[in-house]
Design a protein around this ligand. Sequence first.
Ligand code: CA
Length: 400
Amino acid sequence: MRITKVDTIIVRVPLGQQRFLSSQCAFPERNSLLVRVETDEGIHGWGEGGQYGPPEPVASCINHVLVPLITGKNPLDHGRISLELYAATRDYGQKGPYIEALSAIDIALWDIAGQALGVPVSRLLGGAFRDSVPSYATGCYYRGGNHLDHRSTLAGLAEEAKSYREAGFRMLKMKVGLLRVEDDWERVAAVREAIGPECTLLVDANHAYNAMTAVHMARGLERHNVRWFEEPVPPEDREGYRRVRNSTSVPIAGGECEYTRYGFRDLITRGCVDIAQPDLCVAGGFSEWQRIVALADSFGVWTVPHVWGSGVALAAALHALAALPPFPHTAHPVPMQNEPVIEFDRNYNPLRDDLLEDPIRCVGGSVAIPAGPGLGIRVREDVLEHYANAAPMAARGAEC
Ligand code: CA
């Protein structure tokens, strides 16, 4: 089997009144860079590259640099191709769009390999430990134009948190970091009260703080039984991560902005995180995922993937999670203790909800792993066409 053709497709959805903010930026649109890899045997595979950033640079890396390197290769050699693409672009790649481009291609090649062999990607990864994964809702961002008057938004925030609980979620991740620590503590308290003591609460700062402020924030989180504090400090600040982790009983998570096993080597060996969060579409696809998981496990660090993006990204994460062993093996694995969980973004995104023929849904707090060969998905061409090549909205940071 040979790779004959690679298409990059940029899809985007303007959010209008549905726009939301993290500590770093406003989100005026959702977008994804999808890749379709075709072969001479009639099988094609889907991949996705990148997460928050503009998709055009990733598409450019694929179209101008990587496609000539993989055309004519056998997609079953996905591990070799992953290493060769990294080596070929090392001098100017290593992080950023090149690795996101490599991720998209790698995911598509695993999709092809699974279809060619008639098995799901989870089996190619070594076999599934589960056919569904408990999921946590990602929501409770900053919304509207009045987020700086945070007290006026607490009731709406509590309502949103309750809605996830009523939809069956037993785990929720909320945002902090845009406001003063004391104001965000009030938001955390409002969400904890809304969801009750039984529901697991995770908190994500999107690297808003320096270590000193993050330590202060963590003290308040300890009072609300927060089960992880995500991206407390910028990803480059390894010493700050270590300092925060050593200063609080709240587990520290991070890694969605990190690339390849080399990036995670530094995060893990310097004691930065309890939970490593590679994103399949960012850190290097399935091939690199396996290398990161082995590295993290050998240091006693749990790997739980970050997920954003379209239904393709979600399907890829589900297969990776299916094959992730309990951490550690134990007679009765418990979600969030040693049984992995999947991030399920609840912000408006038809690229996640409508792009697949069989949409991925959360039922009773869990998400089923797609069962078919490869990624087990069929992409709806009509939806793809509808959202393809729309003009980009204003720069993400412009409204913050
Ligand atoms: Ca995050």
